[in-house]
Write a protein that binds this ligand. Structure first.
Ligand code: IPM
Ligand code: MN
Length: 366
């Protein structure tokens, strides 16, 4: 029987539709070669959705996402000036992304920081530091912490304006993401870097207490504790020491962007946001309004997000690997996109997509 999957496609803003147009081509190539069918429904989401539908995450989009087998989301948001035309609570980050994460409780955010050996020239690090390429899985807690804690603004007793944001986690929230970290570590090198700030933050002290309870179930996984600031340095100086890293929301936001920095571009950072019943997939980068419509955005992270969906939502690991191989082979053949390098032959968004689909077609046809 043919497996039929329904996918909600949220192209998003600025470069979103351009990179999404390339990413969804993967579904066509896969269903041409495999006994599977994908039904795609495109929905408004983000700043554009606010202008057209009055909400950044419209009800009709929620309805499609609710019944979809998986969600593919492009980057959202506008330039600072354009965003000012939207009420704060409806701006794309607060009005669309965070509600999407909360709605499906996508607590485990998988952000692979990977660069094949032959793509190592794109890295911002010296060749001797990353001669073997980079292969890290950063796991970020995605629905707790400062992002979702209570917020308050006001005027205090001295008449001064103040702001208060709270970092909250209950033990269950910490346990569930740590378990994902341990599970991934057991599938890989059996080493887990626990990133925290327990020398200052009570939340990290608590996090580490829960970790001690969780690790009992994973006796073969070695835990290495590292303070988040030290981790930021270590990622630049010796990324090869990391395999799986796990951390709370805000730390993960910052270190995953550093991940893009050491790869050479955030354009190389796809991600998967996993909840108990639903997952959505998105690039880790923003919508780059400055290059909108120029056909120069790198679609790697968007196409890579489809690869992650194939593997993690549909159990199609071989097909996912073929997508990675196809993308890497294009770069390894000496091509580049504008974000990565001005050397080599530069490909437009669409040209990169053409080459990847051609290669993918060949790989899956074998
Ligand atoms: C990310 C982004 C988001 C975040 C923003 C757009 C809300 O930076 O996915 O890393 O901070 O989580
Ligand atoms: Mn971020």
């Amino acid at each position: 029987m043919t497996n039929a999957y329904r996918i909600a496609v949220l192209p998003g803003d600025a470069i979103g539709p351009e990179i999404m147009a390339q990413a969804v081509r993967v579904f066509d190539v896969v269903q041409k070669h495999r006994d599977v069918s994908f039904e795609l429904t495109t929905c408004p989401f983000g700043a554009g959705a606010y202008f057209s539908h009055g909400h950044a995450f419209p009800e009709e989009t929620k309805a499609v996402c609710d019944t979809a087998d998986a969600i593919l989301k492009g980057p959202v948001g506008l330039s600072h000036e354009e965003s000012q035309k939207i009420p704060v609570e409806e701006q794309a980050e607060r009005g669309a992304i965070l509600p999407l994460r909360a709605r499906y409780n996508t607590f485990a955010n998988f952000r692979p920081i990977t660069l094949s050996k032959k793509m190592a020239h794109f890295s911002s690090l010296k060749p001797e530091i990353i001669s073997d390429g980079i292969d890290i899985l950063l796991i970020r807690e995605l629905v707790g912490g400062l992002y979702f804690g209570a917020k308050e603004r006001g005027v205090n007793d001295q008449g001064l304006r103040y702001v208060k944001e709270t970092l909250e986690y209950d033990e269950q929230q910490i346990r569930q993401v740590l378990k994902v970290g341990f599970e991934q570590a057991s599938l890989r090198k059996k080493q887990l870097h626990n990133i925290h700030k327990s020398n200052v933050m009570m939340s990290s002290v608590f996090w580490n207490e829960v970790l001690e309870e969780v690790r009992v179930d994973y006796p073969d996984v070695e835990v290495i504790h590292l303070l988040v600031d030290a981790a930021a340095t270590a990622l630049c100086l010796n990324p090869g020491q990391f395999d799986v890293m796990v951390m709370e929301n805000m730390f993960g936001d910052i270190l995953s962007d550093e991940g893009g920095g050491i790869l050479g571009s955030l354009g190389l950072m796809p991600s998967a946001c996993m909840g108990p019943d639903k997952a959505y997939y998105e690039p880790s980068h923003g919508s780059a309004p400055d290059i909108e419509g120029k056909n120069i955005a790198n679609p790697y992270s968007m196409i890579g997000s489809v690869a992650m969906m194939l593997e993690m939502s549909f159990d199609m690991k071989d097909e996912a690997n073929a997508v990675w191989t196809a993308m890497q082979s294009v770069f390894e053949a000496g091509f580049s996109t504008a974000d990565l390098s001005s050397e080599g032959q530069l490909l437009s968004t669409e040209e990169f997509g053409n080459k990847v689909m051609e290669k993918l077609d060949e790989l899956l046809g074998k």
